[in-house]
Design a protein around this ligand. Structure first.
Ligand code: SF4
Ligand code: F3S
Length: 103
């Protein structure tokens, strides 16, 4: 599962499409965590898609990640500012790749 303390245990190494990238990153095999309020561990995400289908405010968008061992696309929390903290995405992700900091 995603480390809920990722913002303390990892370093922010950049931004992509307006969301933070938390390392380590070694493309294409290791992609780190994307997002802060809504965070997706790209190294766990296997492109199930439940988060995209279920999020009531369309926080997630697909991004292509060719060459990643788990899946060749990932759910990026591009619109994390719209999140209403319903926690649906956290509940439906089969690999617990998503953390929402509702505190
Ligand atoms: Fe969307 Fe709810 Fe997840 Fe926020 S907590 S990203 S609103 S499904
Ligand atoms: Fe990925 Fe989980 Fe969404 S596997 S596509 S973050 S439901």
């Amino acid at each position: 599962a995603i480390d809920p303390q990722f913002n303390e245990n990892r370093e922010k190494v950049g931004e992509e499409n307006g969301v933070a990238v938390w390392g380590p990153v070694d493309e294409p095999e290791e992609l780190g965590i994307r997002g802060t309020h809504v965070a997706v561990d790209f190294d766990l995400c296997l492109a199930d898609g439940a988060c995209l289908e279920d999020c009531p405010v369309d926080v997630f968008e697909w991004v292509d990640t060719p060459g990643h061992p788990e899946s060749e696309r990932k759910a990026e929390p591009t619109n994390e500012a719209q999140c209403i903290d319903c926690m649906l995405c956290v509940d439906v992700c089969p690999v617990d790749a998503i953390d929402v900091d509702a505190g």
